[in-house]
Ligand binder design. Structure first.
Ligand code: UN1
Length: 493
């Protein structure tokens, strides 16, 4: 199957474009080919989106929302079909793939509900016989750049609030996982979303991504991906005075205090560190443990690893699937070598699996380092794979300091049964998301998603907060006094 861009409600095949294969990371199977589009295709998509936006903004929001309800029902109907494709192109295990599709369904219905809210504010005027209000206005054409690790959920976090608020969308999905975008485009077509409201252009960051960020008619860019790319997007977007919303990396920690329920902590760590083969921006990659329970926790973690079957995620007994590609496997391996050189103790795992039945895919063993010092590279940089570092501390204060010492601030978690420690921790952990007695993953779509410091630039995906990215506040004053009343001057009478 040769994928096509979806522009202005049509599937566009372009002569002379280069196509590259889409590969199943579990077994090397060739799934499809994806075009590497150019600035020309971006221009076409923006032109269509700009034309469509004028009309779309005039459709009453509850009517716009009806399309999202329809999309939600379609996603529900196709949940299993989509999950199967998602596992094949991305590698996550089938149970998690179903969960990701569910995240998209939830987002569709949540944002569809927004069509009958999109609340503004009324405010008393300082002058008599004058009415003041502020409303959310759509911004125009928005550009979405989404990653391969949550190819459907993250796309819905961004496109649904944008669409319900009256914007139109040009979306560049990751070329690692274009099949999910293709499936979404089919759904847009099936529900009759008006032409040009959602457009998809396949291609690379340097070509399609840059052309989007530089395009004068794209007013907002929402990006999820690496810090290196995110800062380039911010720089280029800044030059064009564009609103840029960034969601980037994490170096998320689970804190385990001496009074924690250790069985629960182990379950939380294993799920957050090795689920999705550690390829979540919310993944747990550090365990900050109180010295009194360190040995016991380590033993329990190592023994829990034996329950983690590695393999093709379509097999329902498999718990850890492959990583996305060869480059990812090499990067993870590189960090493991660094950890060894830095003097951390390898407690479990540490190797890529290269002999049959793993030789055709990209598999890395769940890996645990201990005796990790906070200043080590493996304790500071995002690895984006199934590797976790255990760091010992002597108090809650030290745990919080270690947690906050990294350049990222996405998610954190504390296992404790002491309400005083828990409340102190939720206040002082410098991350956009804090979990108590749960791992670092599993954000729900109706709460803001994002982080502090190097994780973002102050914006949030999901929840009501997402609407702030895709709308502009417009303040409206209606003077019904019949005379010219000057604010700040005529207020004394
Ligand atoms: C991501 O890894 O980029 O909170 C998103 C979670 C998921 C989303 C992760 N709901 O782990």
């Amino acid at each position: 199957m040769q994928l096509k861009n979806y522009i202005d409600g049509k599937w566009i095949e372009i002569d002379g474009l280069q196509y590259i294969p889409v590969i199943n990371p579990a077994n090397g199977e060739h799934l499809a080919t994806v075009p590497l589009s150019t600035k020309h295709e971006v221009d076409k998509a923006v032109e269509a989106a700009k034309k469509a936006q004028k009309k779309w903004a005039l459709v009453p929001a509850p009517k716009r929302a009806e399309f999202l309800y329809e999309i939600g029902f379609k996603l529900k109907e196709k949940k299993e079909h989509l999950a199967q494709i998602l596992t094949k192109e991305m590698g996550k295990v089938i149970e998690e793939a179903r969960g990701e599709v569910q995240e998209g369904i939830d987002m569709a219905f949540y944002m569809a509900g927004e069509g009958r809210r999109l609340f503004g504010e009324t405010t008393p005027s300082e002058l008599a016989d004058k009415f003041a209000m502020s409303v959310r206005a759509p911004i125009g054409v928005v550009g979405l750049i989404t990653p391969w690790n949550f190819p459907i959920a993250i796309a819905t976090w961004k496109s649904f609030p944008a669409i319900v608020a009256g914007n139109t969308v040009v979306w560049k999905p990751s070329i690692e996982t274009p099949l999910m975008a293709y499936e979404m485009a089919k759904i847009f077509e099936e529900v009759g979303l008006p032409d040009g409201v959602a457009n998809i252009v396949f291609g690379t960051g340097p070509n399609v991504g840059s052309a989007m960020v530089e395009h004068p008619d794209i007013k907002v860019i929402s990006f999820t991906g690496s810090n290196a790319t995110g800062s380039k997007v911010a720089e280029l977007g800044g030059k064009h005075l564009k609103k840029v919303s960034l969601e980037m990396g994490g170096k998320n920690a689970v804190i385990v205090m001496d009074d924690a329920d250790l069985n629960l902590a182990v379950e939380g760590i294993i799920w957050s560190a090795f689920g999705t083969a550690g390829q979540r921006c919310t993944a747990c990659s550090r365990v900050i443990v109180h010295k009194d329970v360190k040995n016991e926790l380590e033993e329990m973690l190592v023994s829990a690893l034996s329950s983690l079957t590695i393999g093709d995620g379509l097999d329902p007994t498999v718990k850890v699937g492959p990583v996305i590609n060869k480059a990812a496997l090499e990067k993870i391996n590189h960090y493991v070598q660094i950890g060894k050189k830095e003097g951390a103790t390898l407690l479990a795992g540490g190797k890529a699996l290269t002999s049959p039945p793993f030789d055709k895919g990209y598999y890395f063993e769940p890996t645990i380092f201990t005796n990790v010092k906070n200043e080590m590279i493996i304790a500071q940089e995002e690895i984006f794979g199934p590797v976790v570092s255990i760091i010992e501390v002597a108090s809650l204060e030290e745990a919080i300091e270690v947690n906050n010492s990294v350049k990222f601030g996405l998610s954190s978690s504390i296992f404790s049964q002491d309400v005083n420690k828990i409340f102190k921790a939720q206040r002082d952990l410098d991350t956009g998301i804090v979990y108590v007695n749960a791992g670092t993953t599993g954000a729900e779509i109706h709460l803001p998603f994002g982080g502090t410091k190097g994780t973002g630039n102050g914006h949030r995906d999901s929840g009501q907060a997402a609407l702030d990215v895709y709308t502009e506040w417009k303040s409206i004053y209606v003077d019904y006094s019949g005379r010219l009343q000057r604010a700040q001057i005529d207020t004394e009478n």
